[in-house]
Ligand binder design. Structure first.
Ligand code: 8YV
Length: 334
């Protein structure tokens, strides 16, 4: 088993790991999945990179990167323990994204592999997007756009829509993103309540100790919690039923948080009013019944996907890699 190192210690701080006969491990990076192209270009121009996702001969690839200490991946894909096991020199996994549910953190911890993510730089963007999705879903903005484009306005007025007025919003997950969503909802004049592992003193919003109790008190539910085993299925069939036929579910968290099969059934039988979804169980595959459902707004996991925010995420990812390479403390260790 590899030895755990002190947080932030990169090759410059550690004992010499290479000899003349060994290929140098310094300035080499494994790219696990494709990330933001400008960040990818910066990584490729700064380091010797090895793209796992593009390697046709995986065994030859693993021999080539046997001394690589750094891997870069996305928040949504992470890196599986099975791959970490095959990278014996791995010391840093730098995630382009705030979520690290795709990284086997227990494995990383047990093997002295540090993990970084990109918190804060995407908080406001994701919260903006949650509100965009909420208003688009309730007011049926994409459906109305299609009505105009397809010439139906010439035949009939667009039907009246639901509204954010008189709604009570429940937020599942009151971390940085949940709080940024709550601030926006307050500015829109709608009351907010929340559920999380524990109440957060000083926020001034009502706390409910289960998603079901929250859904019973609200008619809009916004999932903004982290993904992973702890939150899998948190928005269950019962929770969505409690939102009711006028209820609205928004998900900017992870597909795993919502029981997707139950969601489809409840939308189709009218037990749940509408949904706005940026994340899905098996991305980029979206079940046909969701695609066919007229009361759903679907977006391709893009809440953080603006030029500005993805560039900031890229800078932070690169800064973490550079800190590791220089033996400095990591900026945003998980
Ligand atoms: C990104 C995300 O879409 O931050 C996260 O956890 O899921 C997103 O912001 C993703 O990391 C980009 O690949």
């Amino acid at each position: 088993m590899r030895q755990a190192r002190e947080a932030g210690s990169g090759p410059a701080a550690g004992p010499a790991r290479t000899s003349a006969s060994e290929p140098s491990s310094a300035r080499q990076v494994v790219l696990v999945v494709p990330v933001h192209p400008p960040t990818d270009a910066l990584l490729r121009s700064t380091y010797q990179t090895h793209a796992w996702f593009a390697a046709s001969d995986k065994e030859a690839f693993l021999r080539e990167v046997v001394h690589c200490e750094v891997a870069v991946t996305s928040g949504s894909s992470g890196i599986r323990a099975a791959l970490m096991e095959r990278l014996p020199a791995l010391r840093l996994v730098a995630c382009f994204g705030v979520g690290v549910d795709g990284v086997d953190l227990d494995y990383a911890r047990a093997h002295g592999i540090q993990v970084t993510n990109t918190p804060e730089v995407l908080t406001e963007e994701v919260a903006d997007f949650a509100l965009a999705l909420l208003l688009s879903t309730l007011r049926q903005v994409p459906q109305a756009d299609r009505h105009v484009r397809e010439g139906h306005w010439l035949e009939a007025a667009f039907p009246l829509t639901g509204s954010l007025r008189d709604r009570r919003v429940g937020i599942v997950g009151m971390g940085r993103i949940g709080q940024a969503i709550a601030r926006r909802c307050s500015a829109f004049g709608v009351p907010v309540a929340y559920h999380g592992p524990a109440p957060k003193p000083g926020l001034g919003f009502a706390y409910f100790d289960s998603p079901l109790a929250l859904a019973q008190a609200c008619d809009v539910l916004i999932a903004a919690c982290r993904g992973g085993a702890q939150t899998a299925g948190l928005v269950s069939r019962e929770v969505m039923k409690a939102l009711g036929p006028q209820g609205c579910l928004i998900n900017v968290s992870r597909g795993s948080v919502v029981d997707q099969n139950a969601l489809v059934e409840l939308l189709n039988d009218g037990s749940l009013g509408c949904a706005g979804l940026d994340v899905f169980d098996d991305e980029p595959r979206v079940p046909a019944p969701l695609v066919a459902c007229p009361r759903v707004v679907l977006t391709p996991h893009m809440a953080s996907g603006s030029h500005t925010t993805r560039a900031a995420m890229g800078r932070l990812t690169l800064d973490n890699v550079a800190a590791y390479m220089a033996g400095r403390p990591l900026l945003t260790p998980v």
